[in-house]
Design a protein around this ligand. Sequence first.
Ligand code: ADP
Ligand code: MG
Length: 259
Amino acid sequence: MNVRLEARAVTVVPDGSRRAILSDASVQIRSHEVHALVGPNGAGKSTLFGVIAGDVRATSGTALLDERAIGDYSARELARLRAVLLQQNAVTFPFTVAQVVEMGRAPWARISDEEQDAAAIARALADADIAALAARAIPSLSGGERARVALARVLAQGTDILLLDEPTAALDLKHQEDVLAVARRRAREGAAVAVVLHDLNAAMSSADRVTLLADGRVVATGTPAEVLTAERIEAVYAQPVDVFPHPVTGIPLVTPRRA
Ligand code: ADP
Ligand code: MG
């Protein structure tokens, strides 16, 4: 359970703005764990992801990868250490699925051999359940299929740090479960996996650790059951909920209270 990525008291104030969109936020992403980031729209989840991915600069505070400042790594080094699925991942050019997934191997050009590349690509296609779509052109795919191609490209990068920003957002029930299972499997193999989720039940059952953000601040961090209490969810989301043990699994289940 080594800490691979860390934000220490990070504040982000966008250029030309005076309002912090992230305030004094700290988080640790460890190997062998799935760490879910949850919180309302605009809470700062993607911003915090950007900071620990090395894509967004902290105005104050520090972001570390393997205890070294993230800004000290070259783009090439970062691409071999961590892969990032952005919330917006528009590939609109008429590439084929196979071509887009192959792009995930770019950081390894002249380092990995053809066999390693082929194995990583085949595994990524299978994990994202898009092997049957390999020859299709991206513009011909549905939104959910495109989202799975974007995921496969990130998986093909073959890093053991994964940052997935809302990877399940466009997906049907089965493919949501598949993505969570892939995240769990990669963590079991030793990867440090951070994932932004809106589905609190997915966080509850798939994450080892949860960080709840609201208004740019970390409200709580800990195990899912510690963090996702009815009281806290209601306060942060302004939505009454019931939290009760699932009759079969015993895992706490969150449901909005409806009239
Ligand atoms: P989340 O991913 O939790 O929905 P984001 O991290 O994307 O939230 O954004 C947090 C808040 O910061 C939002 O209110 C968003 O509109 C704002 N924001 C994000 N980027 C910028 C920026 N470059 N300039 C100004 N505001 C920004
Ligand atoms: Mg976001």
